[in-house]
Each structure stands twice: as structure tokens, then as C-alpha cells.
Design a protein around this ligand. Structure first.
Ligand SMILES: NC(=O)c1ccc[n+]([C@@H]2O[C@H](COP(=O)([O-])OP(=O)(O)OC[C@H]3O[C@@H](n4cnc5c(N)ncnc54)[C@H](OP(=O)(O)O)[C@@H]3O)[C@@H](O)[C@H]2O)c1
Length: 254
């Protein structure tokens, strides 16, 4: 049964991800923060990448308070980082941990939701840089250390507008289609290897991004990041080794 099944319930335990080395982008807030903490609670060594250092430090403290293994913090703005930054990070991970077992590509920006003709070129470039190009550069830099893992899992984050376009969702929707394309291309290329590539559609989840997209909505009616974690752990756990090139939905109906 995959997470697409409405009754999917994967029960993680404190050793599910024991000693796995996992890089989480956008680890300072929202779903990424919750995933980083959950991975650490399941025994992983997490590398927290994000834009705002104070948020990453807060997650770092949370993990230590919960008895997790000491994480690493990588303050980096994906809108300006280049391949050499990511290659430097890969070298550091290789010397510190000897391999990389997982990447959760979670960081994204919404951009402005507006009519297509009103998208500013600079905004289009920024959303594509943060949501798409940074992922290409990170995969390129990390492939050598993913290959050092006995079973590596790369998880992208999609959206319902990454499979079906929606009016006014502008560059964000385009970026999520591109993310799906990147995941499927990599999954096919590496299908005979020990690296798997999948994506997650979290569905409507109570975060800052959701509040920006739907300001009139009552957030108390939405799932919290913690409620959608089973899919996030499942794809990093070795139990999902046979899953490749799939889009998993955390919530039925969206
Ligand atoms: N929430 C939903 O309902 C929903 C639904 C479908 C898909 N998603 C997807 O789920 C993922 C997480 O979304 P979320 O709702 O948790 O969003 P969020 O609360 O806005 O968190 C986004 C995270 O990405 C980081 N980030 C943004 N720009 C960055 C940059 N230039 N460099 C480095 N880090 C950057 C943010 O860091 P700072 O806080 O430091 O800026 C933050 O930690 C996204 O890919 C989103 O598209 C969410």
C-alpha cells in the first residue's frame, strides 16, 4: 500500500532512520521544520539547510532537547547560491559523515499569484531559481555522495498545481510541474541503481505559505505538518526501497 491509498498509515519508530544522513532544505519553518525534527526523532543525522539562521538554530535546539543526534546547520539562500556552494557542502558532508542517504527538497516560495500576463520577469526568475534550479544544482553536487550510500532516497515536494495547472497560480505551478519532471527523469535514469527519486504532495497544510495563498481560510481546519509526517518518513525509510518515480499524496482529495 502506498501513501496514495486513503488509509495509508506508516508507523515509524525511533530507529526507523537510525544513522541515516539526511539533508533537508527549508528546515527552519513549516513542513521542513517538522520533517527535520521527525527524522531526527527516528534516529537520523539531519543537515538543516535554510535561509534564516535563527530559525535553523531553533530547530537545532529542539532536536537536541528531544534527544536527537547533533544536527548540522547550513544557512544558505537558494536564490543566490551557486554550484560551487553546493559542491563545497557535498565535500563537507563527505568528510563529516562519509555519505548522504537522503535529501528532502522542501524549500519553495509561492511568488505572486496573479494573471499570467502580469508575472514580472524578475519574479519568474526568482521562483524558478529557488524552486527548480537550486534542486538541479544540489542533485548535481550531491550525486557522488548519494552514490556512497547503500540505499539513498531523494524526495521532492510537489503540489496539486504540479500535476494540473490552475488559473493565477502562475510561476509556482510551472515550478512544481518542472519539479515533477526532474523527479521522473532522475527516477528513470537511476532505476537500476540504489538511489530512488520520488515526490510528495503534502496537500493543504497549516503553514505560512498556505496562509499567504489562502488568507481567508480558517487554519484550524487544516492538517498540521505533524499529521502528514508518515509519508515523509516512509520515503526515507528502507521499507520504501522498491518505490521509485512515484508521486505520493499525503492527504486524500488534494
Ligand atoms: N503548506 C501547504 O499547504 C503546501 C501544499 C502543497 C505543497 N507545499 C509545498 O511544501 C513545501 C513546504 O511548504 P511550507 O508550507 O512548509 O512553506 P513555508 O512555511 O513557507 O516554509 C518554506 C521553507 O522554505 C525556506 N525557504 C524559502 N525560500 C528560501 C530560500 N531562498 N533559501 C533557503 N530556504 C528558503 C523557508 O525559509 P525561511 O523561513 O527562512 O524563509 C522555509 O523554511 C513547499 O515546497 C511547498 O511548495 C505546501
Amino acid at each position: 500500500m502506498t501513501a496514495n491509498h486513503p488509509h495509508f498509515s506508516f508507523e515509524s519508530h525511533e530507529k526507523s532512520l537510525e544513522n541515516k544522513v539526511i539533508l533537508v532544505t527549508g528546515a527552519g519553518d513549516g513542513i521542513g521544520k517538522e520533517a527535520a525534527i521527525k527524522y531526527a526523532k527516528c534516529g537520523a543525522r539531519v543537515i538543516l539547510l535554510g535561509k534564516t539562521t535563527e530559525k535553523l538554530e531553533h530547530v537545532y535546539d529542539n532536536i537536541l532537547e528531544l534527544g536527537g543526534k547533533q544536527p548540522s546547520i547550513v544557512p544558505l539562500d537558494l536564490s543566490g547560491a551557486t554550484l560551487s556552494h553546493y559542491e563545497g557542502l557535498a565535500d563537507t558532508i563527505a568528510s563529516e559523515y562519509g555519505r548522504l542517504d537522503g535529501i528532502l527538497f522542501n524549500a519553495s516560495i509561492l511568488g505572486n499569484l496573479c494573471p499570467f500576463g502580469q508575472i514580472k520577469e524578475s519574479e519568474f526568475d526568482e521562483v524558478i531559481q529557488v524552486n527548480v534550479k537550486s534542486q538541479f544544482l544540489i542533485v548535481k553536487a550531491m550525486l557522488p555522495i548519494l552514490k556512497m550510500s547503500p540505499a539513498a532516497s531523494v524526495v521532492f515536494t510537489s503540489s496539486s498545481v504540479g500535476s494540473k495547472g490552475r488559473a493565477f497560480w502562475s510561476t509556482y505551478s510551472v515550478s512544481k510541474f518542472a519539479t515533477e519532471g526532474m523527479m521522473q527523469t532522475l527516477a528513470d535514469e537511476y532505476k537500476n541503481s540504489h538511489i530512488r527519486f520520488n515526490s510528495i504532495n503534502p496537500g493543504a497544510t497549516r503553514t505560512n505559505m498556505r496562509a499567504k495563498a489562502f488568507p481567508a481560510e480558517d487554519p484550524s481546519e487544516l492538517k498540521t505538518p505533524s499529521q502528514i509526517m508518515p509519508t515523509y518518513v516512509y520515503l526515507m525509510d528502507d521499507v520504501s526501497r522498491g518505490i521509485n518515480g512515484q508521486l505520493l499524496h499525503c492527504q486524500a482529495g488534494n
